[in-house]
Design a protein around this ligand. Structure first.
Ligand SMILES: NC(=O)c1ccc[n+]([C@@H]2O[C@H](COP(=O)([O-])OP(=O)(O)OC[C@H]3O[C@@H](n4cnc5c(N)ncnc54)[C@H](O)[C@@H]3O)[C@@H](O)[C@H]2O)c1
Length: 352
């Protein structure tokens, strides 16, 4: 039996991790914690197996029965809550991005290393069926040499919680790149088999809601955290760039908002024998260059959050690091930092 505490009872807790944890055998949810008590109470009402509701996460950290905590707070709190939890001897599953920048991410990894605890990051696509299948197919040589990857994470009008923590660089670490790009780049580096960075160049724009009051949208994700009157919007709503690795090169465009009314969320893997388009979060299509055949396999996509949470719990008992362990996620955090640094300095960032 693994006894856990969930810290932060907002959207990702409600939509993904509470349902996942409640469906797993041998998991005891001793605490649901949120600084806004009603949010934790709401979860307890939905999931009666939650034993206690608290507003101070230190209560859970001081409880010797708690083995592991889920850090599901906004980005600005990932570092403090995770470091406190590790220092209290708890294994941690922290949502993506690791935190607001790369140096602090390295400190978190170092602390977990030092204390011999598992620290996983919620780069959930590593447990997505399509990502697993694509990775296997590339490893088997079905693509030949994968020389380039193109990705697009562009949407029409999807800036989340305008003026709130999502659009305040100090609190979020950035905009569309760190919020959506984190998933795309992490899955690309993972599928490519741990590609190492050579150099990157990037441009970032904050254009679509410079005047927050004039920004128009039909639907705003995380509207409850929006603060158009008094808040800040100083993050990237469009991002573009080019990355060289020791494996494939990568080009990309990402938009939280753009004046083109088509959402395009996909990754293309270009190999000399075959190529594929992965529709983000969905299935992929494969084109075979040797016989010009096309395959669009259909398969079930099991819940990736359940897989992710189970893999984390299993890694605690086996002592074997899972794919989401921070050690394997640092390279994509380093990439995000380099892209932001390149955009800020208007120069290429090199690791050679
Ligand atoms: N893996 C994914 O696909 C995915 C999807 C959405 C969000 N996320 C990540 O999950 C995190 C949370 O996002 P969200 O959309 O659920 O945000 P949210 O604002 O809906 O929820 C965060 C909750 O944390 C609480 N909180 C803040 N500080 C706290 C503290 N010190 N102690 C206890 N509770 C605290 C807030 O009151 C809030 O209820 C973010 O880092 C986000 O990037 C991941």
């Amino acid at each position: 039996m693994t006894t856990v505490a969930v810290i932060g009872c907002g959207r990702i807790a409600n939509n993904a991790h509470f349902p996942a944890l409640c469906s797993l055998e041998d998991v005891r949810i001793k605490y649901a914690c949120d600084i806004i008590e009603e949010k934790a109470l709401e979860q307890k009402e939905k999931h009666p197996q939650i034993e206690n509701v608290i507003t101070d996460y230190k209560i859970a950290l001081n409880d010797p029965e708690v083995d592991a905590v889920w850090v599901l707070t906004p980005n600005y709190a990932h570092y403090t809550v995770t470091m406190d939890a590790i220092r209290a001897g708890k294994h941690v599953m922290c949502e993506k991005p690791i935190t607001v920048n790369y140096p602090l991410s390295c400190e978190m990894a170092e602390e977990a290393r030092k204390l011999g605890l598992m620290l996983n990051i919620g780069v959930c696509n590593r447990h997505h069926e399509s990502v697993i299948r694509l990775k296997n197919s590339i490893e088997k040589g079905e693509f030949g040499n994968v020389y380039h990857v193109y990705c697009s994470f562009r949407a029409f009008r999807s800036i989340p919680g305008l003026g709130g923590p999502f659009t305040n660089k100090k609190q979020s670490g950035g905009g569309v790149l760190i919020d959506w790009g984190v998933h795309f780049f992490d899955l690309i580096l993972y599928i490519l088999g741990g590609a190492k960075l050579k150099n990157v160049t990037c441009d970032a724009y904050c254009e679509m809601a410079k005047d927050m009051k004039a920004y128009k949208t039909e639907y705003m994700w995380a509207r409850d955290t929006s603060d158009i009157e008094n808040g800040v919007n100083d993050v990237d709503d469009f991002i573009t760039g080019y990355i060289r690795t020791d494996k494939a090169s990568i080009s990309f465009n990402g938009a939280w908002a753009q004046n083109v009314g088509k959402d395009e969320m996909f990754v293309d893997f270009l190999g000399d024998k075959g190529g594929a388009r992965l529709e983000y979060g969905k299935l992929y299509e494969f084109w075979n260059g040797s016989d010009l055949s096309h395959a669009a396999p259909e398969y079930d996509i099991p819940n990736m959050y359940k897989r992710e949470d189970k893999a984390f719990i299993d890694s605690i008992s086996s002592g074997i690091k899972d794919a989401n362990n921070i050690e394997y996620v640092l390279e994509s955090a380093k990439l995000l930092q380099a892209l932001y640094d390149s955009a800020e300095t208007k120069k290429e960032i090199s690791f050679e």
